[in-house]
Structure formats: C-alpha cells, structure tokens
Design a protein around this ligand. Structure first.
Ligand code: HEM
Length: 234
C-alpha cells in the first residue's frame, strides 16, 4: 500500500513515499514472540543453573524451581502458538506476499554479492523484489529451524515433567522422537545448546536492524513498530 506525502525542506521540495511493510497482526506476533523468547532464556538459564532458592523452612512452600519451570512452560506454549500463527501468515496471508517473494531474491547470486558488499560499506543496497534481503531470509530460515528444535526438544522434556492433559496426548510421539534423537540427555543438551544459537541470532539481528536503519535511511527499524517504511524521491 503506497501513500505519497510532500515535505518542504530549505531549498527544494522533497517527496517522501511511505509504504505499509508490516500489518498490525504481524507486528504483534513479532513482539509477543520476542517477549516469550526473553522469558524463556531467563527461566531456561535458571532451570539449567538454579542460582537462587527460597529460604529453607519447615512448611512445604519452597517451590522456587517449580515456579520458574511453570513460567518457562507457559511461555513455551505462547511461543508455540505464535510460531503457528506466523507460519500461517507466511504461507497464506495476502499482506505477507512480500515475505514469500523474498525467497526469489535469495536465489540470486548477484543480490547476495551486492548485499554482502553493502554490509561491508563497499556497494549500494541491492534492489529487492521482496521485503527481506537474501542474507536476512537465510538467517530467518536458520532461526526458524532453531525454534523448531527448541519446540520439539522442549515438548520431549515437557512430557517428563507433567503428565496430564496435552502431555498425556503427546506422550507416545514425543517418547518416540526422544528415542530418535538419542535419548533424554541428548534432547536436553540439544535444547540447551540451541538456546545459545538463538541468543547469537538475536544479537546479530538487533545489530543489523540498527545498521539498516542508520545506513538505509528508510525507517527500516520503525517498520516493526509503526508498520511503515519510507522511500525518498527527489
Ligand atoms: C526460545 C525458546 C526456549 C529456550 C531459550 C529454552 C531454554 C531452556 C533451557 C536453557 C533449559 C534448561 C536445560 C538444561 O537443563 O540444561 C530448558 C528446559 C526446559 N524447557 Fe525450554 N527453552 C525454550 C523453549 C521451550 C519450549 C517451547 C518448551 C515447551 C513447552 C520448553 C520446555 C522446557 C522444559 C519442560 C524444560 C525442562 C524443565 C525441567 O528440567 O524441569 N522450552 N529450556
């Protein structure tokens, strides 16, 4: 969706075109996903190394570890729900066509070379048909793979700590996958190591988002808040 606005500068008239890049639903799912990942990393670190515990007392009330695990599982399911929504939007939503088109940009070697040159400050940003550059699209693919590993190994761990309802329903398939990956200890190790992959992705993601906002001058960072991206026309 394109809208054109005119803004007066000192000597010349500059024409700025704004484009809706991300819908409200898209932006909400992005930030809910970001929040759940932050909560999952914090509670996950605690589960792996419980650095604090309640003061000992004779009453059965010291359930600090269980509390952290509860929040971990609650946000684990929030993440699963949002990832299902995101996958639906990516595959079916008309407004997310730009994301699907980015797959085509990723197949062009010329675009890859230009994009890497841009990040090294030696060439201009390549013209893209979709909303993501090839490096970004490949990195997002890797990120979703890591989230999938975390979800599957998380559900394997989940059927061992909770036994009713959904857990009872998925118990047999999860135990089967547990066997396939090499046992519960391997599933737990995979869950933990993949967390570090996600942490690394987030650090690079934030760095490149700021980089694009500064050098791209198109409000690349604003788009995930307001939904709008800006193109200058002289
Ligand atoms: C970004 C996503 C996630 C991160 C960063 C994360 C991180 C972690 C970490 C670091 C641990 C501790 C592993 C250890 O003992 O070394 C853990 C345990 C666990 N996670 Fe996750 N996790 C994520 C997603 C999920 C999901 C989607 C579920 C599924 C509901 C889940 C369920 C569990 C369970 C059940 C445990 C074991 C609790 C226990 O041992 O008592 N996690 N997680």
């Amino acid at each position: 969706m394109k809208m054109t606005e005119k803004t007066e500068t000192h000597a010349n008239v500059e024409c700025v075109e704004k484009e809706l890049e991300f819908t409200a639903l898209y932006r909400w799912q992005h930030w809910i996903r970001a929040l759940s990942i932050v909560v999952l990393v914090i509670t996950g670190f605690y589960i792996a190394t419980p650095i604090i515990s309640s003061a000992p007392n004779s009453e059965p009330t010291s359930f600090m570890y269980a509390l952290f695990r509860s929040w971990h599982i609650i946000f684990g399911f929030v993440l699963i729900a949002v990832v299902i929504l995101k996958s639906y939007l990516f595959i079916f939503a008309r407004e997310n066509k730009g994301e699907r088109i980015s797959f085509g940009d990723m197949l062009s070697v010329k675009t890859w070379i230009k994009q890497i040159g841009y990040y090294m400050l030696v060439s201009k940003h390549p013209k893209l048909k979709g909303v993501y550059n090839p490096l970004q699209f490949a990195a997002y693919g890797g990120f979703y793979l890591m989230i999938l590993i975390l979800v599957i190994t998380g559900l394997i761990l989940y059927v061992h700590v909770f036994h009713d309802g959904l857990s009872a329903l998925i118990y047999i398939p999860m135990r089967f996958i547990e066997e396939l990956v090499g046992g519960l200890a391997v599933a737990r190790m995979l869950h933990h190591v993949t967390m570090w992959g996600v942490i690394l992705f987030i650090l690079v993601h934030i760095y490149l988002a700021i980089f694009n906002a500064i050098f791209g001058k198109e409000g690349g960072m604003d788009a995930i808040f307001s939904g709008l991206k800006w193109h200058k026309k002289h």
